[in-house]
Design a protein around this ligand. Structure first.
Ligand code: NAD
Ligand code: TYD
Length: 374
């Protein structure tokens, strides 16, 4: 395995955010052994990591985080020092249809990882010294905020627009509403319980909505770009007035790197870019940007907007206060949203083969081609 300074297991590395974290870590830390542990569900796509798969400090292991034997073996055999845990079922609409899968992966999977790490780390002479379990969570666990300014006002905590007076801070209570956010909240409780009960060094971070390359096109922004390209209807839930706080995925990956190395164990950090947008405004921005980059007349595809039945229990507004992270660790988002959207639309248009493989299901064969039969 070589003589590496540290061995880090990243779970969910072939998904959207995980692939960016793996890429950053493999390239930035050639003296770390980075193990990507992923089951490759529909959301896992090894093509997301084609540019790092032959790097000597990168290993892919196909395993289910609920498989206690397999997870324990990977941790022990590789003498893992750190775990960055991203593997999860991540789509709210799927959780409404099939909540059991979310409880299994997000709750039992996280518990399986925690228990396996605990048993290995407690067996070492130095115990938990130099070890860290870093759990990636979401702002959705905090529930929904009121919309006190439906037209948007200057934010009291940043230079941006806000649609309400309140923000999620690290002190906000967990108040999840969807089966997805309930499963993520449960897993967070287990992570903190392992700190409080066994003394495991843990960090939890809660991030806002991510966007950027390699996002599965069931999520709003890549779905819009693909549908605009094919001139298909653009489904907007309800009236499109729900507000989300958006962060470019590479900014999230940089925050994870900073927090993994410099965050204080037992702490929670909120990650967000103070970037609130109503869904309908995003839809219009993405139409304008995509039309322009496709050489179409700007606004040509506005007629594709189709208001559809609202999501059940649809949270009205998310808004993250990330000042603790900015103050303590100096992290800042690097991109303005409009700039990030141009970069994102351009990436999807330049990588149509990636999108076509995902939408056709062809990407599922990547593992067989690279690693042999499933
Ligand atoms: P994703 O759905 O794109 O990827 C999830 C990955 O986890 C996939 O590679 C999948 O194969 C893997 N996985 C699923 N079940 C597994 C299992 N049982 N065992 C092993 N691997 C399994 O998700 P994402 O959007 O990249 O989100 C990653 C993490 O970040 C999640 O924990 C999510 O809750 C959190 N998060 C996401 C966002 C967002 O906007 N996407 C925002 C904040 C936090
Ligand atoms: P999504 O990308 O699913 O992220 P999340 O539910 O985790 O915030 O959805 C972002 C917002 O866009 C959310 O308010 C639901 C809405 N939405 C639509 O209006 N139409 C769509 O087709 C999708 C997928 C989402």
């Amino acid at each position: 395995m070589g003589n590496y300074k540290r061995t880090i297991i990243i779970t969910g590395g072939a998904g959207f955010i995980g692939s960016h974290v793996v890429r950053l870590m493999v390239n930035k830390y050639p003296d770390y052994h980075i193990i990507n542990l992923d089951k490759l569900t529909y959301a896992g796509n090894l093509a997301n990591l084609a540019d790092v798969e032959s790097k000597p400090n990168y290993t892919f292991v196909r395993a289910d985080i609920c498989d206690y034997e397999a997870v324990s073996r990977v941790i022990r055999d590789n003498a893992a020092d750190g775990i960055i845990h991203l593997a999860a079922e991540s789509h709210v609409d799927r959780s409404i249809v099939d909540p059991f899968t979310f409880a299994r992966t997000n709750v039992m999977g996280t518990l399986t990882l925690l228990q396996s790490a605990r048993e290995y780390w407690e067996s070492l002479p130095g115990g938990y010294e130099g070890k860290l379990f870093y759990h990636i969570s979401t702002d959705e666990v905090y529930g929904a905020l009121a919309m006190t300014h439906p037209g948007g006002v200057p934010s009291p905590v940043s230079a941006h627009v806000a649609y309400g007076d309140q923000f999620f801070t690290e002190e906000s209570k967990l108040d999840p509403h969807s089966p997805y956010s309930a499963s993520k909240a449960s897993s967070e409780h287990f992570v903190r319980a392992f700190h409080d009960t066994y003394g495991m060094p843990v960090i939890v971070t809660n991030c806002s909505n991510n966007y950027g390359p390699y996002q599965f096109p069931e999520k709003l922004i890549p779905l819009l770009i693909n549908n605009i390209r094919h001139r298909r209807p653009l489904p907007v839930y309800g009236k499109g007035e729900n507000v989300r706080d958006w962060l470019y995925v590479e900014d999230h990956a940089c925050a994870i790197d900073t927090i993994f190395h410099h965050g204080r164990p037992a702490e929670t950090y909120n990650i967000g870019g103070f970037n609130e947008w109503r869904n309908i405004d995003i839809v219009r921005l993405v139409i304008r940007t995509t039309d322009r980059l496709l050489g179409r007349r700007e606004d040509e595809d506005m007629g594709l907007i189709t208001f559809v039945t609202d999501r059940k229990g649809h949270d009205l507004r998310y808004a993250i206060d990330s000042r603790k992270l900015q103050r303590e660790l100096g992290w800042q988002p690097s991109l303005q949203f409009e700039e990030g959207i141009v970069r994102t639309v351009r990436w999807y248009l330049d990588n149509q083969a990636w999108m076509d493989n995902v939408t056709s299901g062809d990407y599922m064969n990547y593992y067989d081609r690279m690693y042999g039969r499933r």
